[in-house]
Design a protein around this ligand. Structure first.
Ligand code: SF4
Ligand code: SF4
Length: 85
């Protein structure tokens, strides 16, 4: 299980600062940041700590098992960013 970032993300990186395992990308200094629609959680590296949820001002982050049905495609969307699915 992993956490998933969805469409309301504003790329302010508050979750990046909160994540203990650095599994949220792209960061401002990384390739693809400007083009990215939102940030993405690396599903294999995420340790399910939940630290990214309360710091997100736009409620963009969900645990996979609480992802609303209409946002379900964002799980694959996050994984695909890392070449996984
Ligand atoms: S804290 Fe929320 S809005 Fe900010 S980058 Fe993370 S997911 Fe996006
Ligand atoms: S749940 Fe924890 S490890 Fe996973 S993306 Fe959020 S802060 Fe990072």
């Amino acid at each position: 299980m992993a956490y998933v970032i969805t469409e309301t993300c504003t790329k302010d990186e508050l979750c990046v600062d909160a994540c203990p395992v650095d599994c949220i990308h792209p960061k401002k200094d990384e390739a693809g940041f400007t083009e990215a629609a939102h940030l993405y959680v690396e599903p294999d590296d995420c340790i399910d700590c939940g630290a990214c949820v309360p710091v997100c001002p736009s409620n963009a982050v969900y645990p996979l098992d609480e992802l609303p049905a209409e946002l379900a495609h964002f799980a694959a969307d996050n994984a695909a960013h890392y070449g996984k699915n």
